[in-house]
Design a protein around this ligand. Structure first.
Ligand code: ADP
Length: 166
């Protein structure tokens, strides 16, 4: 029988802001590892609406109720993803897949990361159908135009979006 190993997985993203789609992926990922590190990327290139501290805080608050059931850590990071994965001792990178449009970019990233460190595996998870189409970019757009985003994000994130756009 194979020896059981303690497995850490890392779920990186911009989380600008955290949505119920992200949360669903976190719940699924946590069932497949012993510890999940949620890595919030500074991602200057994406020009995030929320600062890094705000995004980390939102993720912390959204996952707080899960802390009794899973070992989870939220960490900000900057720089090359594979270096960060190595520094936390993770063996798996978790990414979410929504539609075909995500595939091309994710395929390239997984391939390049595999070349950089073949011991680290990228796995893809799909959210429950009710959350599959949620995208932070569209949530922001709806909030900016005064629409109701309550079915896409938690009440706290909804409030923070309102604050940003008023
Ligand atoms: P990034 O800038 O790294 O793409 P995001 O915060 O946009 O950061 O997304 C982080 C990860 O979560 C990505 O793998 C993305 O595909 C996934 N994701 C985001 N929203 C959903 C969703 N509704 N269903 C499944 N996966 C999702």
């Amino acid at each position: 029988m194979a020896k059981a190993k303690f497995r850490t997985a890392l779920y990186p993203g911009t989380f600008d802001p955290m949505t119920l789609g992200h949360l669903d992926i976190i719940k699924r990922a946590s069932r497949q590892c012993d510890k999940l590190v949620i890595a919030v990327a500074i991602n200057r290139g994406k020009n995030p609406l929320f600062g890094l501290d705000e995004r980390v805080e939102m993720v912390e608050n959204v996952i707080a109720p899960l802390r009794n059931d899973i070992e989870v850590e939220v960490r900000p990071f900057e720089g090359l993803l594979i270096h960060f994965v190595e520094s936390v001792g993770a063996t798996t990178i978790v990414r979410g897949l929504r539609a075909v449009s995500d595939f091309e970019y994710e395929f390239q990233m997984a391939g390049m990361n595999d070349r950089l460190n073949p011991d680290i595996e990228t796995v893809f998870l799909m959210a429950d159908p009710q959350y599959q189409t949620i995208a932070s970019r569209l949530v922001k757009e709806i909030a900016r135009l005064g629409g109701d985003v309550s079915q896409f994000v938690t009440p706290e994130v909804e409030l923070r979006l309102k604050d940003k756009y008023t």
